[in-house]
Design a protein around this ligand. Structure first.
Ligand code: FPP
Length: 246
């Protein structure tokens, strides 16, 4: 980010979200956890629409982390079923609304049926330009960085690049979100104040917003509150206040 852009504020170009609290939402209603995830899927739909309507360019949602593979098998199975079902149900509408869908993460760990649906959804919506929805599945920030390092190391070994040519821009080009604007606003629902191995590289200068709302309850008013928080921030990118607000 150039100093000239520092301090520019208003609507975030890119919003990244940890959707936490589905399990507790279900527990409070004496429902099984998977019904919390189902309610969470409805909040995803509303948030995608809300962001697109407001002119956000990119939205990244953390649907399943590298660590979530350690959850009980029953919950993993239900979540994977929900992803398949959601793709089946939502892709037409996303496409009609001009949303490009991209999945990030270690997709090699997914069942072939889900991987095929992901590939089809990505290619169907590839030309859409209104907003890009990045869905992080089997994703970990450390995994992303290690993969990038591995790819660059392989290119260095063959002599395609010199180690000293590796800089931040080249490194960022190897990451899962290569080419996307850096997330301006990070939102985590569910009351915890941590990043939990999400976009470790990309969140370097993001404004961090934590709220107690459980993800299934995250509605348009909650999105507005997060966007108001963002609009109230002065982004400095390492500059002084005076430089940033000039
Ligand atoms: C964290 O809440 C949420 C998840 C691990 C899954 C997120 C998935 C969805 C919102 C489902 C829909 C997604 C798509 C892309 C259709 P938690 O289970 O850790 O909640 P808890 O902290 O209350 O237990």
């Amino acid at each position: 980010m150039s100093p000239a852009a520092a301090g520019a504020i208003g609507l975030p170009r890119h919003v990244a979200v940890i959707m936490d609290g589905n399990g507790r939402w279900a527990q409070r209603r004496a429902l099984p956890r998977h019904l919390g995830h189902r309610a969470g899927a409805k909040a995803v739909r509303a948030t995608v629409e809300g962001c697109a309507r407001r002119g956000v360019e990119a939205l990244t949602i953390f649907a399943f982390s590298s660590e979530n593979w350690q959850r009980p098998q029953e919950e993993i199975t239900r979540l994977m079923e929900l992803f398949v079902e959601s793709i089946d149900k939502e892709v037409d509408e996303l496409h009609r609304n001009g949303i490009r869908v991209r999945f990030i993460g270690d997709l090699s760990r997914l069942r072939t049926g889900l991987a095929a649906k992901i590939a089809a959804a990505e290619s169907r919506t590839a030309a859409n330009q209104r907003m890009t929805l990045f869905i992080a599945v089997s994703y970990g920030g450390r995994w992303d960085i290690v993969e990038a390092a591995r790819r660059l190391a392989a290119r260095a070994v063959t002599g395609e690049i010199k180690p000293e040519a590796i800089d931040e821009a080249l490194f960022a080009d190897q990451l899962q979100l290569a080419g996307a604007p850096e997330p301006d606003l990070f939102i985590r629902t569910g009351g915890e104040s941590r990043i939990s191995n999400f976009l470790l590289w990309n969140l370097a200068y993001s404004e961090l917003y934590f709220c107690d709302t459980l993800w299934p309850d995250f509605d348009d008013a909650a999105l507005d509150a997060a966007l108001r928080f963002y609009a109230s921030r002065v982004r400095r990118f390492g500059l002084t206040d005076a430089q940033a607000t000039r």
